[in-house]
Design a protein around this ligand. Structure first.
Ligand code: GDP
Ligand code: MG
Length: 176
């Protein structure tokens, strides 16, 4: 049985918990306010392999998040970095987080780390502040996966994205 550890990062309110809960339960509940970090567990099977998935969902991730970031960077095998397409500040924060992940991993010599950049709240495209192209360009810069999603309206894209990320993590763990 493989153990896979993922961490969600991103601005407060970007939809980290909504995206995760959508993936784990197929549902969108609406409010996820929590004043504690949460660790979710799920058993799943991908490509015929049984996995123990653990996902760290921090309660808050404000701008100056370095100290919050350090722990999950050491702990996680892969990251989901979430921003909101209707909030440019959250996009800039995602950019910082990608840079921090890259830097921390270089320090710990863990090599390439699977990361997925997620532009959430695609349903709010009438008030979009970040184009899909900008998200794609940023993901190319950091060689990570990228997808715009709506935790409110879609399950399939989110599920596909987690599956892809988990596959990358499994590949990476083989080489360690
Ligand atoms: P977190 O702080 O990053 O965990 O963000 P939450 O998951 O708590 O979501 C923050 C707010 O955005 C909540 O009110 C959610 O209902 C809302 N939200 C999350 N995802 C979406 C989405 O895809 N579309 C819309 N319209 N709202 C969303
Ligand atoms: Mg949350």
């Amino acid at each position: 049985m493989n153990d896979i550890k993922l961490a969600l990062l991103g601005s407060e309110g970007a939809g980290k918990s909504a995206v995760l809960v959508r993936f784990l339960t197929k549902r969108f509940i609406g409010e996820y306010a929590s004043n504690a970090n949460s660790l979710y567990h799920k058993r799943l099977s991908i490509d015929g392999r049984q996995l123990n998935l653990e996902v760290f969902d921090p309660c808050s991730q404000s701008g100056e998040s370095r100290c919050i970031l350090e722990e999950p960077v050491d702990w996680a095998d892969g990251f989901v970095v979430v921003y909101t397409i209707s909030d440019r500040t959250s996009f800039l924060n995602a950019k910082n987080i990608l840079a921090q992940i890259k830097e921390s991993r270089r320090e710990t010599c863990k090599g390439e780390v699977p990361v997925c950049l997620v532009g959430n709240k695609q349903d709010l495209c009438h008030s979009r502040q970040v184009s899909e192209e900008e998200g794609r360009v940023l993901s190319q810069e950091y060689k990570c996966l990228f997808q715009e999603v709506s935790a409110a309206e879609n399950y399939l894209e989110i599920s596909n994205l987690f599956t892809k990320l988990i596959r990358h993590v499994m590949e990476q763990l083989k080489h360690r």
